[in-house]
Design a protein around this ligand. Sequence first.
Ligand code: THU
Length: 157
Amino acid sequence: MEEKILSTKIRVYSYNELTDTRKKLVELAREATRRAYAPFSKFNVGAALLLGNGEIVTGSNQENVAFPSGTCAERTTVFYASSRYPGVPFEKLAIAAWHDGDFVETPTAPCGACRQAILEYETLGGKPIEIILCGRNEVYVVEDGIKALLPLCFDKF
Ligand code: THU
């Protein structure tokens, strides 16, 4: 019998410790929460994605009265980025959430479906997409990319 252990490295920073690029993405993701359409959950999520051509694309969750028809901020963002700049690799993705009058204390991580969607573009781009999860006071940085948040992933057949 062999045992395999899959591990994920997360670096925890305070906002002030972040590089300028990461700070900018955190700010843009936070700002994007204001453009969420989340009348049902009242959980406003924003994302900011840096592309290999230097462009930054932002997005937010968009809900629907028929619940499954809505989309998370992450998928809004990556689908728009790929539609607008097809084939341009994704570099860094920041995610922030606002609920009950403030940014959430514990960083919000992407749901399983979004992790799978992000993985598609990571595979396409051929390098890890850094994931930046923004809490009110601390920021988690996953430098190894979305695969680190989706162990044993399905990425080819
Ligand atoms: N949501 C996101 O947009 N991203 C996440 O990472 C987690 C959840 C949205 C989906 C729904 O509109 C609301 O947050 C509550 O689940």
